[in-house]
Design a binder for this molecule. Structure first.
Ligand SMILES: Nc1nc2c(ncn2[C@@H]2O[C@H](COP(=O)(O)OP(=O)(O)OP(=O)(O)O)[C@@H](O)[C@H]2O)c(=O)[nH]1
Ligand SMILES: [Mg+2]
Length: 674
């Protein structure tokens, strides 16, 4: 099988749960491909990946590591993605653009559920993928147990490609189920070909039969051979494996230990022989490759080169100076971790960084004709957690928003903007860690220091009963006086009506030209009612009044109206309104029963639940939950669901809040104002 034509450049995304060993696997692959001679260590902070200060400080991946290399004459780019669920946008984009995804799982069966969201996303988009069960050096469970629990979260059959060779409980090597060759693992050296150990033969035969049966489900010739006890040729088995993987019918499973370089060359060889090339990926994404095209998968604002748009060439050739989407390419680079090398061109399949494409965004499809998005580009993740932010030094406010925009360009699961009700600058993202990385990046990269706080909830208030109010504004201070006199009626309106002003004055008691001033006066009162919040759902009618031929003015009537509101409103039974959201929580069904506790603990109530469409084994719970309770809900939800639960939400309605909770909100507001 080592005879193989050279392929076009290919891309593998490396994804998986937090700390499953993705970066270690990449490092081990780079040692195997000869790119680096000595492995960096995550703990020592000297890996080729995870080079940013935020990543090193936290000993975790905080952004995708892009490394292009050469393996046995083929070009490869590996996209090592952060595992934290809060940083999954990069992984989603990497999987989208890659020819294959390697899901790095842990051997502990209890952790298998953590790869469930990744597998769902891969299946939904039809992306071919393999699983690498890492950390086998630590494993106490059998490969079979791990396989069973992984199969529970995969829609497609998992196909074990090797069985372990054990000595005194520890795994010391593997038997490849296609070639039926046995290998002994060696620390830091290629595995050694050995005789198939006696004690492993039965397991090897059983597992090989299972593998062939899985393949026969998709191939009648193979099925017939199995039924007739004909041993299929190695080439036939390989061609089935390749076809079924590339059409996302099966998920091959390999195992090993990235830390000890075990099983890594086997995985690389599978990637080399079984991964489809760029035309298949372009077809999956609906991209026409007859003309030059490139899909932007990541935007980076860093280093001396300025903005870089990292793109995959899907068809044709990109050369420096070419105009794409109306912008001139100024510099084409090849990436190896944080290092960039200038290239003359990028050909179909290549991952290239394009310099200074100012108007280009992640997800844009670049062509000479210009200007389209990739229709199948994934939508940004829902915002789940927010903080109110401002520059510690007021003079840095502009610097803050300019640089925040750059960071948001790099990560589409972030957003920021002023809240329409509270006026605060809110930064939205996927969780506390996500936002703390953004704040650290603002400081480390752009030298802006930030203070952050829990965002205010946009409470409102309304009234429960009507009142009539007569108020007069009168001022005599030499020369012109001020005189305005109004009778108003204030009435509650149904929830969601907003505000209504009308006028029933007859006989010119309030001259026509002053009536708009009365309306303005009332409206100017509304942002701060008797409880301190913006008043909604009420009607005010001007019923009568008096004026003075000399002293009346628009200003005088506006003041009279404000005074009438100030005096009348406290008599209308003001009541606090809190925003309630409709929330759809999704999680694997084994956790559904916990959600009742989560929702009721947050003063919410469940509206219903159902199986999540297109996500076998997952449920969705609909609930109404007060917005104030949602601030840190994602943290509790994740802790209840091994990190995989998530939700979508939208404002639904305002609801009256009374009692102690309301009293606390009102007194906090009054303390803040005083
Ligand atoms: N024993 C053992 N430890 C491993 C193995 N692979 C990785 N580790 C350790 O697991 C920890 C996490 O490894 P990383 O490679 O950073 O994991 P990651 O998946 O890239 O982590 P994130 O990107 O933060 O999600 C490190 O302490 C590694 O040394 C392995 O095969 N065996
Ligand atoms: Mg990592």
């Amino acid at each position: 099988m080592s005879t193989k034509n050279q392929s076009t450049p290919r891309i593998a995304a490396i994804v998986g749960p937090y700390l499953s060993g993705k970066t270690s696997l990449l490092e081990s692959m780079l040692v195997a491909t000869g790119v680096v001679h000595r492995k960096g260590s995550i703990r020592d902070g000297n890996t080729l990946g995870d080079s940013s200060r935020e990543a090193r400080d936290r000993e975790m991946g905080t952004e995708v590591n892009i490394v292009s290399t050469d393996y046995l004459g083929d070009q490869w780019t590996f996209l090592d993605c952060p595992g934290s669920v809060e940083l999954s946008q990069d992984a989603i984009h990497a999987m989208t653009i890659a020819d294959i995804t390697v899901v790095v799982a842990e051997p502990d069966p209890k952790k298998s559920v953590t790869i469930s969201p990744i597998l769902k996303a891969l299946d939904a988009a039809g992306i071919p993928h393999m699983i690498f069960i890492n950390k086998m050096d630590l494993s106490e469970s059998s490969v079979r147990q791990t396989m069973e629990s992984l199969q529970n979260v995969s829609a497609h059959p998992l196909v074990m490609r090797e069985v372990p060779i054990r000595e005194e409980g520890a795994i010391v090597g593997h038997v490849d189920l296609v070639s039926e060759r046995a290998f002994r693992w060696r620390e830091g050296k290629p595995s050694e070909l050995i005789q198939l150990p006696e004690g492993t033969i039965d397991r090897e035969q059983g597992a090989r039969t299972e593998m062939l049966e899985s393949l026969a489900d998709f191939d009648d010739t193979l099925l017939e051979e199995l039924l007739e006890d004909v041993i299929p040729s190695t080439d036939e088995v390989y061609s089935n494996l390749v076809r079924d993987l590339q059409s996302n019918l099966i998920v091959p499973v390999f195992f090993g230990s990235a830390e000890h370089d075990n099983g890594v060359v086997r995985l690389l060889k599978a990637l080399r022989h079984e991964t489809a090339e760029v035309p298949a990926t372009a077809e999956r994404l609906g991209i026409d490759t007859s003309a030059t095209s490139a899909l932007v998968f990541k935007t980076i604002h860093a280093g001396q080169v300025g903005k870089l748009s990292i793109a995959r060439v899907m068809g044709g050739t990109i050369t420096d100076g070419m105009a794409l989407n109306g912008e001139r390419v100024s510099g084409i680079y090849h990436m190896t971790g944080p290092k960039t090398d200038k290239l003359a061109r990028g050909v179909a399949g290549d991952m290239v960084a394009l310099g200074r494409m100012d108007t280009v965004h992640t997800g844009d499809l670049l062509t000479e004709k210009g200007g389209a998005r990739c229709a199948l580009w994934p939508k940004p993740l829902e915002p789940l957690f927010s903080m109110a932010v401002h520059a510690a030094d007021r003079a840095d406010e502009v610097k803050l928003s300019v640089n925040l925009q750059k960071i948001v360009d790099e990560d589409t699961s972030l957003s920021f903007g002023h809240d329409g009700d509270t006026g605060e600058l809110l930064l939205w993202g996927q969780g506390e860690i996500h936002l703390s990385i953004v704040l650290a990046r603002l400081t480390n990269r752009y030298n802006v220091s930030i203070t952050s706080a829990r965002p205010q909830v946009p409470y409102k208030e309304t009234i429960q009963k009507p009142t009539s109010q007569h108020s007069r504004h009168k001022k005599q201070s030499g020369g012109h006086g001020e005189f305005g006199d109004v009778h108003i009626e204030i009435k509650p309106l149904p929830r969601g009506s907003g505000f209504d002003f009308s006028n029933t004055v007859t006989g010119g008691a309030v001259p026509r030209q002053y009536i708009p001033a009365v309306e303005t006066g009332v409206k100017e009162y509304l942002p701060r009612g008797p409880l301190g919040f913006s008043v909604v759902d009420l009607a005010v009618t001007l019923t009568d009044g008096q004026h003075h031929a000399v002293d009346s003015s628009e200003m005088a009537f506006k003041k009279a109206a404000q005074q009438a509101m100030r005096e009348g409103m406290p008599n209308c039974g003001p009541v606090l309104l809190e925003p309630i959201c409709t929330v759809t929580i999704s999680m694997p069904d084994e956790f559904t029963s916990n959600i009742q506790r989560l929702v009721s603990g947050r003063r919410g109530h469940i509206l219903g639940f159902d199986a999540k469409e297109g996500w076998p084994g997952w449920d969705e719970v609909q609930a109404h939950i007060p917005q104030v309770e949602m601030h840190d809900m994602i943290i509790e939800l994740r802790s209840m669901t091994q990190g995989v639960g998530t939700f979508a939400w939208a404002f639904d309605h305002l609801q009256e809040l009374s009692g102690k909770l309301a009293d606390n909100v009102v007194s906090e507001r009054q303390n803040a104002a005083s």
